[in-house]
Design a protein around this ligand. Structure first.
Ligand code: SAH
Length: 489
């Protein structure tokens, strides 16, 4: 084949030596052999020089097994978690946190340039250094307010709660997860004790039989409240009062809820909820900062208290979320005169902070329970200038615009904030934003690749990218959050 660089065929079992130069999408090390052939090596860290054997070879790349670290990377650290390698939840625990932040910064930059097609100089002119977790009280650890743990049997037939090993169906018991709250381990142990005593079978993914599927724990960082939600493959559990008894005296426990999920799916939660003890929902309070010119976070007086259903989305890292929302507020540049639309609004978090500084806010969200929460949250915080709509952003917004236009009125929206899931915004949503032409668009993203794709569409539609600010919401994992500001040129 003309232009073919490869001179050598690589095959399974072959041994190679390679320097790791980059990090892949799942946190694996990436090395390049002399002829340009790419190898993906799990558990190899950027900077390592390793010996590996090829497991699966394709034309231009292969997956290889790490056999030996010949020269350890200067960025290599000892993971705090004893099961970091098997678990896979933290893909980057063996990399220093400092270097993890460098990686995340580069990832956002590279995606905006490569996928978004923005010139390097343009990105470098608007991109701020990532906001890390170094200064938080617990540093980059113990930040998660939510744990979702599958329950099953291990190979010896014992009931365990933990994580699926690799791509298998066997569950490895969870250690004290260093990203989550210390109390989680105790909660899980108590649920397992109840299951053993009362002979409650864990759910089996392969047969669809058994009862308990997942244990979901949510903790209010600032309220100190704890909610345990047991996901079951049935409408009830045997001896429910026993389960409650095991859990209710845990300090902070405010709510024990059953979620029914009888579907054979890997979606964790079903639609049906029944409270076994305490409140139906957990509450938490978030505070925001004033962000100074040079990017410092100065505590501000504003706080909003949120009520959150087990079915509603809520950011998992409250310390960093406060910074993220503060940046979004700062970018929205509200003076009290603006009409703001907050698309993908969840329980109304960003909407309600913005409502205090805007004339009017409208939030749109697909999950009905989250919108129910958003309305209650507005009321309990005394916020009267926020309206919430259930539906898809890409349907609710266009309908609103058409209705206004049909009545001979302008949509009259000054700021649009979007915070979509990983797949990004629907093209109809972006088209409608371009049709409305708000002065400012604030884009909060948890996936740099779809962010880059969507920013390109907005840029081609006449918007200028003004700010790009990565925020580390998910320390020790490969995930990166970014908040951006666009204004129309
Ligand atoms: N801004 C919120 C929620 C962000 S997560 C916060 O910070 O808490 C993204 C949210 O978008 C989730 O609540 C999800 O349920 C919702 N969602 C997903 N697809 C949607 C769509 N097409 N239209 C509107 N909301 C959607």
């Amino acid at each position: 084949m003309a232009g073919k660089k490869m001179t050598f065929e690589y095959r399974k079992g072959q041994e190679i030596k390679v320097r790791i130069i980059d990090i892949g999408m799942r946190g694996e090390g990436i090395g390049k052999l002399e002829d340009g052939y790419t190898v993906f090596i799990k558990d190899a860290v950027v900077g390592d020089y390793v010996r590996a054997s090829i497991m699966k070879a394709n034309k231009s790349y292969a997956y290889a097994h790490l056999d030996q670290i010949l020269q350890a990377s200067p960025h290599r650290v000892e993971p705090l978690c004893p099961v970091a390698r098997q678990c896979g939840g933290c893909q980057l625990q063996a990399l220093s946190y400092e270097q993890e932040l460098v990686y995340k910064q580069n990832k956002v930059r590279a995606d905006l340039i490569r996928i978004g097609g923005f010139p390097e100089e343009e990105i470098d002119a608007v991109m701020e250094p990532i906001v890390g977790m170094q200064d938080n009280p617990t540093g980059p650890w113990r930040y998660r307010n939510k744990a979702q743990v599958p329950v099953g049997k291990n190979s010896a037939g014992r009931i365990v709660a933990g994580f699926y090993a690799g791509r298998t169906h066997s569950i490895i018991p969870m250690a004290d997860c260093m990203l989550g709250q210390e109390i989680n381990k105790d909660i899980i142990d108590r649920v397992l004790t109840y299951m053993e005593i009362r002979n409650v079978p864990p759910y089996n993914e392969e047969t669809g039989k058994g009862l308990i599927r997942h244990i979901l724990i949510r903790s209010g960082k600032f309220s100190g409240q704890i909610m345990v939600c047991i996901v079951t493959n049935g409408d009830s559990l045997p001896y429910e009062s026993d389960l409650v008894e095991h859990l209710q005296n845990i300090p902070g426990m405010t709510s024990i809820v059953l979620n029914v999920n009888k579907e054979r799916t890997n979606v964790i939660l079903g639609r049906k909820l029944r409270t076994l003890w305490g409140k139906d929902e957990i509450e938490d309070t978030l505070h925001v900062y004033d962000v100074t010119e040079d990017g410092a976070f100065v505590p501000a007086a504003e706080a909003v208290t949120f009520r959150i259903s087990p079915l509603s989305f809520y950011q998992v890292n409250p310390e960093q979320t406060q910074k993220l929302y503060s940046l979004a507020m700062n970018y929205a540049h509200l003076t009290g005169k603006e009409t703001v639309w907050d698309l993908y609004c969840g329980v109304g978090t960003i909407s309600l902070f913005m409502a205090r500084r805007a004339k009017k806010v409208c939030g749109v969200e697909i999950i009905p329970e989250a919108i129910e929460n958003a309305k209650q949250n507005a009321a309990r915080n005394g916020i009267e200038n926020a309206d919430f709509f259930v539906g898809k952003a890409e349907e609710v917004l266009p309908v609103y615009v058409q209705t206004r236009k049909a009545a001979g009125e302008d949509p009259d929206i000054d700021v649009i904030c979007v915070d979509p899931p990983r797949k990004g915004c629907d093209s109809k949503c972006l088209e409608t934003i371009l049709e409305i032409r708000p002065e400012r668009v604030v884009y909060v993203s948890c996936d740099p690749a779809t962010l880059a794709r969507d920013l390109r569409i907005l840029a081609d539609g006449g918007y200028e990218l003004r700010k790009v600010q990565p925020v580390d919401q998910f320390g020790h994992t490969v995930h990166v959050e970014t908040v951006c500001l666009l204004t129309h040129s």
